[in-house]
Design a protein around this ligand. Structure first.
Ligand code: AMP
Length: 400
C-alpha cells in the first residue's frame, strides 16, 4: 500500500496524517498525530497508530526538530518513512492569493510565490513554508504538493469577490475576498449530488463548515458564487474565538477611544471574541453544558452565533435563487444537532423542514436530516480535509 503524508503546519504545531488515498471518508487514517508547543520550553508529539496512542515529550525548538521527532516516534512503532512507502507529501497551505487556483507540485519557485503571499496571511503562510522546507529536506526524493485553502474560491464572481473599496488601493494591496476552508467546501459539496441522486451540474447548494473556524459557501452547479470568509479567515460567521463580520468602524473606535494598538485589536478579534468572547468558552460541548445549566452568557453567545448563521443562510438562498440542499460539516456541524435544528428552525415556508428523529440519530456517515416532504434537502456530510488533500497530492504525483 502506498500512502500520502499530509502535513498541516501551524506556527507552533504540525498536524500529520499518513493516508491511503483510496480509503473511505469515515475510515481512520493509517496513522495520525500532532506535534505541539514548538518553540515552548516543553513540547509534545502524539501518534495514533494501530488503535494505540503514543506520546513523547521534549523541548521542540523548531519545525525541523518537530518533524524529526514525529518521524522518530513513527519509526519506533513501525510506521515511519523507512517502514512504509510514502508516495507523496500533501501540504495544506492557507493562502494562495490570486495566484493559485489548483494544487501545485512544489518547486523552489513555488515556495517563493507562497512566500510572496505572506503579507496576506502573516500568521499562516510562514508556518506553512517552514513545514514545506523541512519536509522537502527530509523527504527529498518524493513529490511535495501544495493544496491551497483558498483554491476552490479562486474564480468567484467579481460581485462577490470585490469589496467596495477604492480600486487602486484595493488592487495594490490585494484587498479582496479570497475565502478559506475551500478544500472542505469542495469535498463536501461534491458529495451532495450523489445524495440527491442529481447531476452535479444541476445542483445549487449551501455548505456550512462549522468547526472552531466557521464559514458558509453558496455553490451553483459545482462553482462557488459566494463565501463568508474574506481577505482573511476573520470574516463572516461567529466562530469559536473569532468575531466574524463586525462594523469596521469598531476597529477605529477601539484604537482611538480604548487606546488599543492594532496588534491588540487583532488579538482581540481573532482570539478573544466569537463564542468565547461572550461566553468565556469556545468549545461547543462546554457551551452546551453551560446552556443546560442556564448560564445566561452561554445562551446569549449561542443566540448571536445562530442569528449570524441564519443571516448567511438567508442571503445565500437569495443569491442562488433556487437551492437543492444545505449541508452541515466540521466539528460543530457534524455533532451538534441543536445548532443544526436552530439554524434552520421555522423555515417551512421556504421549503426547509428538519426531521427531529433523523437529526438526533447517532451516525458517523453522510446522511439526510430533513423530512421526506422538505423541498430543500438538509444533510450532514463529515468533512475530511486530509483525505481530500491526499487525493489531490496523489493525482499530481501520478501525473508526473
Ligand atoms: P473542528 O474545527 O472541525 O475540529 O471543530 C472543533 C469544534 O467542534 C470543537 O471546538 C467543538 O466546539 C466542536 N465539537 C466537537 N465535537 C463535538 C460534539 N460532540 N458536540 C458538539 N460540538 C462538538
Amino acid at each position: 500500500m502506498s500512502l500520502i503524508l499530509v502535513l498541516n503546519s501551524g506556527s507552533s504545531s504540525i498536524k500529520f496524517q499518513l493516508v491511503d488515498p483510496t480509503q473511505h471518508a469515515t475510515d481512520t487514517p493509517f496513522a495520525s498525530g500532532l506535534v505541539e508547543q514548538i518553540g515552548e520550553p516543553m513540547g509534545q508529539v502524539t501518534l495514533k497508530f494501530d488503535g494505540q496512542k503514543f506520546t513523547t515529550e521534549a523541548p521542540i525548538p523548531d519545525h525541523s526538530a518537530g518533524l524529526d521527532m514525529a518521524f522518530a516516534l513513527m519509526g519506533e512503532h513501525g510506521c515511519g518513512p523507512k517502514d512504509v512507502e510514502i508516495e507523496a507529501v500533501g501540504h495544506r497551505v492557507v493562502h494562495g492569493g490570486q495566484i493559485f487556483s489548483q494544487p501545485e507540485l512544489i518547486t523552489d519557485e513555488i515556495v517563493e510565490w507562497i512566500r510572496g503571499l505572506i503579507p496576506l496571511a502573516p500568521l499562516h503562510n510562514p508556518a506553512n513554508i517552514s513545514g514545506i522546507e523541512v519536509a522537502r529536506e527530509m523527504l527529498p526524493s518524493i513529490p511535495h504538493v501544495a493544496v491551497f485553502d483558498t483554491g476552490f474560491f479562486h474564480a468567484m464572481p467579481p460581485a462577490a469577490a470585490l469589496y467596495a473599496i477604492e480600486n487602486e488601493t484595493a488592487g495594490r494591496y490585494g484587498v479582496r475576498r479570497y475565502g478559506f476552508h475551500g478544500t472542505s467546501h469542495e469535498y463536501v459539496s461534491q458529495h451532495v449530488p450523489s445524495l440527491l441522486g442529481k447531476d452535479p451540474s444541476k445542483v445549487n447548494q449551501i455548505t456550512l463548515h462549522l468547526g472552531n473556524g466557521a464559514s458558509a459557501a453558496a455553490i451553483r452547479h459545482g462553482e462557488p458564487v459566494d463565501t463568508s470568509m474574506g481577505m482573511t479567515p476573520l470574516a463572516g460567521l461567529v466562530m469559536g474565538t473569532r468575531s466574524g463580520d463586525i462594523d469596521p468602524g469598531i476597529i477605529f473606535h477601539l484604537y482611538r477611544e480604548a487606546g488599543m494598538s492594532i496588534d491588540e485589536i487583532d488579538n482581540l478579534l481573532n482570539k478573544r471574541s466569537g463564542v468565547k468572547g461572550i461566553a468565556g468558552v469556545n468549545d461547543f460541548r462546554t457551551l452546551r453544558e453551560m446552556i443546560h445549566n442556564e448560564d445566561q452568557d452561554a445562551w446569549l453567545a449561542y443566540n448571536v452565533y445562530i442569528h449570524q448563521l441564519r443571516r448567511f443562510i438567508g442571503s445565500y438562498m437569495v443569491a442562488l435563487g433556487r437551492i437543492d440542499a444545505i449541508t452541515f460539516t466540521a466539528g460543530v456541524g457534524e455533532n451538534d444537532r441543536f445548532v443544526r435544528a436552530d439554524a434552520l428552525a421555522d423555515l417551512e415556508n421556504f421549503g426547509i423542514q428538519i426531521d427531529p428523529e433523523r437529526n438526533a440519530a447517532p451516525n458517523d456517515g453522510p446522511r439526510e436530516i430533513s423530512t421526506d416532504k422538505s423541498q430543500i434537502k438538509v444533510f450532514v456530510v463529515p468533512t475530511n480535509e486530509e483525505l481530500a488533500i491526499a487525493r489531490k497530492a496523489k493525482q499530481i504525483a501520478d501525473n508526473l
